[in-house]
Design a protein around this ligand. Structure first.
Ligand SMILES: Cc1cc2nc3c(=O)[nH]c(=O)nc-3n(C[C@H](O)[C@H](O)[C@H](O)COP(=O)(O)OP(=O)(O)OC[C@H]3O[C@@H](n4cnc5c(N)ncnc54)[C@H](O)[C@@H]3O)c2cc1C
Length: 397
């Protein structure tokens, strides 16, 4: 593995960092306030600037207006964007749209790429990915899938209920996972469904621990006999679980990249306070128990970065199957790390850390979801342990 970024990537990374520092961070609060008031003016200005600066949809190939970065290039840029909770949205590579773009690029017909993908790339619309269902349906175990798609004349009829469909409220279309046969391996299929199709009912925004801002509203959606045409199937009938893996392994890594960026920024914010605040006769940064927190988190970020880069490198080598346990390891590590960094940031700032005068509490509430979304820790831990026991995972690469 070569850790050196090529010159183009190195320069682009620097440009993204400057963009985030100069244009995004100063207006973060304003973007959130406008969103709560039902406006997106500042966000749209930032998006126009990102597009003009050639930093738009960086994960997509140049033919789609992107930078054709590949997984390792994405690591370099997404970390920088992730330093702001709105960074990915500004460059139009936020979840779930970014993963859905990659999925449509891979599995949608040319006509559907024109109809659904092109406006998504231009940020004229947003999308959602509807896999998880309320119990007893699909969750940590996707084979519990209950939503059904039944063959009818000229298409399929979808019935079921989804929840935690991030962004479904404002989405113009949904990628819906539904059961098309009882087969445990090939019994699921993915469908493109218009959000306003007859029978799609937006039940509610699920009230959660995290802020419900921009398109990060966790939606509950009912599908009551929703008719879609035959060509609404992504890939082939029966490809659902396979496509979910193809979508989720890289999408999981992009989460890690964004979380590493936010963890790094949080730690940077701590530096100012602990180097200025004096307690028991010396600056906090000179107390060993504070140094322990710093070293733990610096090392944790570095380890998470290496794990993420390594899994991305495997994807770049065309080894998605082999990359899976490594991406599970990275996801579990980085999700826990982000929560730990933010908890320590609160601790190091004392009462100030617990207040909304600093962002750690707000960020922590959203960060806690990292240990659940895209599979809870336990499911990824099982993958790592199983693959290691089977000799599929080499810890000393
Ligand atoms: C903020 C947020 C956004 C999300 N966005 C989306 C989205 O856009 N689209 C989508 O489809 N889903 C989304 N999800 C859903 C997420 O993927 C699921 O919550 C997750 O997969 C767990 O499923 P579940 O909630 O049904 O938990 P359950 O399956 O009920 O599991 C509950 C708990 O049991 C434990 N557990 C489960 N299996 C095992 C096991 N084998 N061994 C030991 N312990 C186990 C875990 O601790 C787990 O947290 C989102 C979730 C959150 C929190």
């Amino acid at each position: 593995m070569d850790f050196l970024l090529n010159e183009v990537l190195s320069v682009t990374r620097h440009r993204v960092r400057q963009f985030v520092d100069a244009h995004i961070i100063p207006v973060e609060d304003q973007v959130f306030a406008e969103d709560r008031a039902g406006k997106r003016d500042t966000l749209k200005q930032l998006q126009a600037r990102a597009r003009a600066d050639g930093l738009w949809v960086p994960h997509l190939p140049p033919s789609m207006g992107g930078l054709g970065l590949g997984p390792m290039g994405m690591c370099a840029l997404f970390r920088e964007m992730g330093r702001s909770p709105i960074g990915a949205k500004v460059f139009n590579c936020d979840a779930p749209d970014q993963g859905n773009m990659d999925l449509l690029l891979m599995a949608a017909s040319k006509a559907h790429q024109e109809q659904y993908l092109a406006p998504l790339v231009r940020a004229e619309v947003t999308s959602a990915f509807c896999m998880t269902e309320p119990a007893p349906g699909a969750g940590a175990d996707p084979t519990n899938l209950r939503t059904s798609a039944t063959k009818v004349d000229g298409g399929w009829e979808i019935t079921g209920r989804k929840w935690y469909s991030t962004g479904a409220r404002n989405a113009s279309f949904l990628v819906v996972m539904a059961r098309t046969s009882p087969d445990p391996r090939t019994g699921a299929s993915m469908f493109l469904v218009d959000r306003n199709a007859k029978g799609v009912q937006y039940v509610r925004d699920i009230p959660t621990l995290g802020d419900q801002v921009l398109d990060h509203h966790e939606g509950e959606v009912a599908f009551e006999g929703v008719r879609v045409a035959d060509d609404a199937v992504l890939g082939q009938i029966g490809d659902g679980f396979k496509l979910a893996q193809v979508r989720l392994v890289p999408a999981r890594l992009t989460h890690c990249m964004r979380w590493l960026g936010l963890a790094e920024r949080s730690l940077e914010l701590c530096k100012k306070y602990i180097t200025e605040r004096v307690s028991f006769g010396k600056e906090l940064a000179r107390h060993q128990l504070i140094q322990d927190m710093i070293a733990r988190n610096v090392s944790g970020i570095h380890a998470g970065n290496l794990m993420t880069l390594h899994a991305a490198w495997m994807l770049e080598q065309g080894k998605p199957k082999e990359a899976k346990p490594y991406s599970s390891m990275a996801k579990t590590h980085v999700a826990r790390l982000l929560c730990q960094v933010l908890d320590d940031a609160i601790q190091m700032h004392g009462g100030l850390g617990y207040s909304d005068d600093v962002p750690f509490g707000r960020w922590y509430r959203s960060a806690r979801a990292a240990r659940l979304a895209d599979g809870p820790d336990e499911v990824h831990i099982i993958t790592v342990a199983r693959d290691w026991l089977l000799g599929r995972l080499d810890v000393l690469v």
